[in-house]
Design a protein around this ligand. Structure first.
Ligand code: ITT
Ligand code: NA
Length: 209
């Protein structure tokens, strides 16, 4: 069984809407989130820890909102900023900006303890992350790091005054083509979102691995 490891029900709902309700089970586990300006090492490190915890194939999903004029803030700190100032005040901070362009990004990290290595022709070898790139501790680098496969997705949009009651997190203040993500169903959002794009890449690889 494939486990989507997250404390966030919204992420799990979207993953199941995309991959199928029976294709993935939710596993509520708060893995260690290393500090980094990039989502990739956070997701990769988390996937290794989650796999060690669960003992079956796992996906970890690290995501964030990147506001262009703020050099990508809150980015990897999106959860902290949502919990502290909240999305209404992210809108307030963005309102005076001449350019309110932003993007959502999502990185999925898959780890099965190394089974996918057995694939005769692994796709995207370069996506495999080494311990050095993941910020693993010296101890972990000494032992062989577990292989992790990464899939990323991004979507451009604009920060707007909150609208809509669907989705989760920053969805009410993120507008794409005139509609906020909170005004979309999970299926509509998946069809163009950062997570939907990453899930599409994952699903394509997973079927043929
Ligand atoms: P897990 O780490 O347990 O999966 P989390 O909510 O803490 O759950 P992250 O660490 O990846 O997830 O933080 C992502 C932040 O960005 C968090 O505040 C989310 O609400 C927000 N976020 C992620 N994806 C989003 C999406 O599709 N729409 C709106 N907000 C999103
Ligand atoms: Na988190």
């Amino acid at each position: 069984m494939l486990h989507y490891v997250t404390t966030n029900d919204g992420k799990l709902r979207e993953a199941r809407a995309y991959l199928g309700e029976d294709a993935v089970s939710g596993y509520n586990f708060d893995y260690t989130e290393i500090q980094s300006h990039d989502l990739e090492p956070i997701a990769a490190y988390g996937a290794r820890e989650a796999y060690r915890q669960v003992g079956e194939p796992v996906i970890v999903d690290d995501a964030g909102l990147f506001i262009d004029e703020f050099d990508g803030f809150p980015g990897p700190y999106s959860a902290f900023v949502e919990d502290t100032i909240g999305i209404e005040r992210v809108w307030t901070l963005s309102e005076p900006l001449a350019d309110r362009s932003a993007s959502f990004r999502c990185v999925l990290a898959y780890c099965d303890g190394g089974a996918f290595k057995a694939s005769p022709d692994p796709i995207d070898r370069d996506d495999r992350v080494t311990a050095a790139a993941t910020g693993a501790t010296a101890d972990e680098e000494e032992s062989q790091p577990l292989p992790v496969k990464l899939f990323s997705g991004a979507v451009p949009g604009t920060i707007v005054e909150p609208r809509g009651s669907g989705g989760f997190g920053y969805d009410p203040i993120f507008e794409h083509d005139g509609t906020t993500f909170a005004e979309m169903t999970a299926e509509e959002k998946n069809a163009l979102s950062h997570r939907g794009r990453a899930l599409a890449k994952f699903a394509e690889w997973f079927e043929t691995r």
